[in-house]
Write a protein that binds this ligand. Structure first.
Ligand code: SF4
Length: 273
């Protein structure tokens, strides 16, 4: 009984955030067929369950199907996930991507850029075969925040991930409905569902930039629990006049309204403080 209550609370929290993302970015529209990429992990499973629940409650009609691309990275057979999904009546498609498996043999140390290029091609093909016009990915609030920091600190760009975008030629709408859902929620929800979770070998890597940023978050969040919420909010409130991209700056006129003098004052205060 207690676990049921827990699940209901988790579902409520997750659906509120997924609903917010879908509404804000107009991710799903009347008549859509949404293909969910199931990676075997807690996040994509949460995404799939959320969309299935929303499908029953939404004022619009859309259908949901799921697929998994085998690239040879799972640490255990993915079939239990498929059996679980099919047992719940989910239309699940499994595709072994021969070029990816070949790549793994030929170039075992290949980078993420090659791997994701191969995956993208396979994903588009399976979505085409499934007659889907929307592809949903399970990237979470954590992924958006990490990507935001990684890009700023290691590539010198202010960007994260697209919550919504289109494939080239606009064949598919690509959506990330878990943008506001943190992984503490997906972890608890997947555990509560009792669904099999199959890790990807890459998730075990240590010493990576991603791992360092995760550790940084974990340390800071003990004192600042709303860190990710604030970062997500920052991504949605860009003050271009206070950044350094000259495409967005009025170089000929700097007015008092721009906050120039306020910032000068702050600087003086900081320096003398
Ligand atoms: S982390 Fe692993 S599975 Fe993911 S893109 Fe990189 S190589 Fe591929």
């Amino acid at each position: 009984m207690a676990s049921e209550k827990n699940r209901a609370e988790l579902e409520k929290a997750i659906l509120r955030k997924v609903g917010e993302a879908i509404g804000r970015f107009r991710m799903i529209r009347e008549g859509d067929r949404v293909a969910v990429g199931v990676s075997g992990g807690k996040d994509s499973l949460t995404l799939l369950e959320s969309l299935l629940l929303l499908q029953k409650r939404a004022p619009i009609n859309f259908s949901v199907c799921a697929f998994t691309i085998e690239q040879g990275k799972f640490l255990a057979p993915i079939q239990p996930v498929g059996e679980y999904l099919r047992g719940r009546g989910v239309d699940w498609t499994y595709v072994e991507d021969a070029p990816s498996l070949h790549l793994l043999t030929e170039q075992p140390d290949h980078g993420c850029d090659v791997c994701s290029r191969f995956r993208r091609r396979a994903v588009y093909q399976v979505a085409r075969d499934l007659d889907a016009n929307v592809i949903a990915f399970g990237h979470t609030a954590d992924d958006f925040c990490e990507s935001f920091l990684r890009n700023a600190m290691f590539t010198g760009r202010t960007s994260a991930l697209p919550a919504i975008t289109w494939s080239s030629k606009r064949e598919f709408r690509l959506i990330r409905p878990l943008v506001y859902v943190t992984e503490d929620l997906t972890r608890a929800y997947a555990a509560n569902l009792g669904a099999p979770v199959i890790p990807c070998g890459c998730s075990q890597k240590t010493g990576t930039v991603r791992r360092s940023i995760r550790d940084l978050f974990a340390e800071l969040e003990t004192d600042y629990p709303f860190l990710k919420e604030n970062l997500l909010s920052a991504m949605g409130k860009v003050e271009t006049s206070r950044l350094l991209d000259t495409r967005f700056l009025e170089l000929d006129e700097v007015s008092e309204e721009s906050g120039f003098f306020d910032d000068e004052q702050q600087l003086v205060t900081l320096q003398s403080g």
